[in-house]
Design a protein around this ligand. Structure first.
Ligand code: FE2
Ligand code: FE2
Length: 171
């Protein structure tokens, strides 16, 4: 059975993963209307993955005798200055999520909740990947500059593994 503090902080993470999904949807939509089909596709897949992260928390909370609560979400930004700006925001957001996961890990140690601690290890590893992939894209964008986005847009999908790896992990 989940203790109340752990349940509450896991519900906070339901909101944060769900907001991540909406944020990347907003970025995908911005990229799509700006003619960046590859960037849009990358972000749509990223959004799907974040929804799966949210589901993992929902199912875990309920499985442990807690109650997952669907939150209201803040509206994500509508406009972005550039592709570089989008990925800077992705990296910043992932760093925020990493800190959030680490806070939950710390609480599970304090509460001696080793089941939840074990559940969280997948997310600890996932955040390493999430930050690394955003940094890799930002490195590429620095090389490309503003002038050769056509090729960048075409190549970006080869930068990531297909989303269904995570889809399977969620079931
Ligand atoms: Fe996530
Ligand atoms: Fe993420």
């Amino acid at each position: 059975m989940l203790n109340k503090r752990v349940e509450d902080i896991c519900n906070r993470q339901v909101e944060r993963e769900g907001y991540s999904s909406n944020l990347y949807l907003a970025m995908a939509s911005w990229a799509e209307v700006n003619g960046l089909a590859g960037v849009a596709q990358w972000l749509y897949v990223q959004s799907d993955e974040e929804r799966i992260h949210m589901l993992k928390f929902i199912k875990y909370i309920n499985e442990r005798g807690g109650k997952a609560v669907m939150p209201a979400f803040e509206q994500p930004p509508v406009d972005f200055k550039s592709v570089q700006h989008v990925f800077e925001e992705v990296l910043k957001h992932e760093e925020f999520v990493t800190a959030s996961i680490n806070e939950i890990v710390a609480l599970t140690l304090e509460e001696k909740d080793f089941n939840t601690h074990n559940f969280l290890l997948w997310f600890v590893m996932e955040q390493v990947e999430e930050e690394a992939s955003a940094m890799k894209i930002l490195d590429k964008l620095r090389l490309v500059g503003d002038n050769n986005l056509y090729q960048f847009d075409r190549d970006i999908m080869s930068q990531r593994a297909p989303a269904d790896n995570n889809t399977q992990a969620a079931t």
